[in-house]
Ligand binder design. Structure first.
Ligand code: NDP
Ligand code: MG
Length: 403
């Protein structure tokens, strides 16, 4: 798979050459990744054009973005908001669609070269499947897509000769370390984790933490769901599964190390023991830009890391006894089948409930664990079985919480 990624990546068929723009479909344009991607695009308007923008709820921002970037198409997920978006854009040529089906249909269109998959959660899976089926390159931020159905996604990507370029900073780091290493085997990868806002805390502290506290990430400013996932360390678990599929690794080749400064974004260790790391300040615009422009690096004026200013980098083991979500994700990674999909669905429900103050911080783990025990295990699921497992897990988890 590594070879497939690095070989075929060169096949992103619109070169970033003079006078030739890469046409971007930005799925999830109103989110944290989506907004930062638009900043990157705005700074490089001779290289990129925006062809598609999508949102779910936030019609105000979608309209503002559409008026500024003049895409070919916008999609608003919530159909009730269609009329408002349509009217606001009536003086333009922009086509407006609404609803979840429209998100898939637009992903199947030919008007773009590269999809930036920045919808959050399971909702991002179907548009990505359509993009890959349609032979479009994918810059993937939506890690849940690979957690749910990574085997199918990567198989289809190979069949359709579609590059899947990671946007997640750790996976971008690994991807960057692998450039030029096509023939060399990976011994292991080392995923770094900041540890989140509750690093060093114990369960007696965590039982009382509230939503506002958990939403304060020390290093990264992200959407609400991934911020909670970072606080519980589920995010790192999801990333282990994401890495397994992106780089075709065995579970035992994936190690997690806590690195609170978030300067080393991840590392690859090769068979000779040599370790390559990718470093920089924690700023998602860099991996976003790298994925949009791949295989080129383009200049920018983002702040630079200064070794004199921050001269201590530290590393420690994750505390699996306290942050049990990471252990559950490791189980899901090891057992495979539909278990990661079940875990992901239960986690989405648990995080949703926590953000609405319906469960406490530690209850999230119980909901996920019980759901993982309840839903029947399927060793090699079909796509349909992944969808069904997701639905069953969601229903069971929601019943547990009485949502
Ligand atoms: P946000 O919550 O900030 O944004 C999510 C985007 O998805 C918004 O545009 C939102 O629209 C849209 N959306 C939400 N629900 C649906 C739905 N049911 N159907 C269609 N669209 C929907 O998330 P982030 O930008 O933080 O994260 C996006 C993805 O990238 C996640 O998978 C995350 O794990 C991953 N990622 C994020 C990082 C970050 O720094 N933020 C870092 C690495 C990975 P609306 O605003 O209208 O509701
Ligand atoms: Mg990450």
């Amino acid at each position: 798979m590594k070879e497939q990624l690095l070989n075929k990546s060169a096949a992103i068929n619109t070169p970033l050459a003079d006078g030739c723009t890469r046409r971007i479909a930005l799925f999830g344009s109103t989110g944290s990744i989506g907004r930062q991607a638009l900043e990157v695009i705005a700074g490089n308007s001779s290289l990129f054009s925006v062809e598609v923008l999508t949102a779910y709820n936030n019609e105000e921002l979608l309209i503002e973005q559409a008026l500024r970037f003049n895409p070919n198409i916008v999609v608003i997920g919530d159909e009730k908001k269609y009329q408002k978006v349509k009217e606001a854009l009536s003086a333009t040529e922009i086509k407006v669609f609404a609803g979840e089906k429209a998100l898939e249909e637009v992903a199947s269109m030919d008007c773009y070269d590269l999809m930036l998959a920045a919808i959050v959660g399971y909702a991002g899976l179907r548009p990505v499947l359509r993009a890959i089926g349609n032979g479009k390159s994918v810059a993937l931020a939506n890690k849940e897509t690979l957690v749910v159905a990574g085997d199918i996604i990567m198989r289809k990507a190979v069949e359709n000769r579609v590059p899947v370029i990671p946007v997640d900073s750790e996976h971008s780091a690994i991807f960057q370390c692998l450039v030029g290493e096509m023939r060399n085997k990976i011994e292991k990868i080392i995923l770094t984790a900041s540890g989140g806002p509750f690093l060093g805390r114990k369960p007696n502290y965590l039982v009382n933490v509230k939503r506002e506290h958990a939403l304060q990430h020390p290093n990264w400013n992200m959407g609400a769901k991934i911020t909670i996932d970072s606080a519980t360390l589920m995010n790192k678990g999801l990333e282990m599964i994401e890495a397994r599929w992106l780089f075709n690794l065995n579970p035992e080749q994936i190690q997690v190390v806590i690195h609170p400064q978030s300067i080393i974004h991840s590392m690859v260790q090769f068979e000779d023991g040599s370790i390559k790391a990718q470093m920089g300040l924690p700023d998602m615009k860099l991996p976003i830009q790298y994925a949009l422009a791949f295989p080129r690096r383009i200049p920018n004026t983002f702040p630079r890391y200064d070794f004199k200013k921050y001269n201590t980098l530290t590393f420690e083991e994750p505390d699996l006894r306290t942050f049990r979500n990471l252990g559950l994700a490791m189980d899901a990674l090891n057992k495979g089948g539909n278990l990661p999909a079940v875990m992901n669905a239960a986690n989405e429900i648990a995080v949703y409930a926590f953000l609405r103050n319906r469960v406490n911080f530690l209850d999230m783990t119980d909901v996920i664990e019980k759901t993982m025990h309840k839903v029947s295990f399927i060793p090699s699921p079909t796509l349909e079985e992944y969808f069904e497992s997701d639905g069953m897990a969601r229903n069971y988890a929601a019943d547990l919480i009485k949502l």
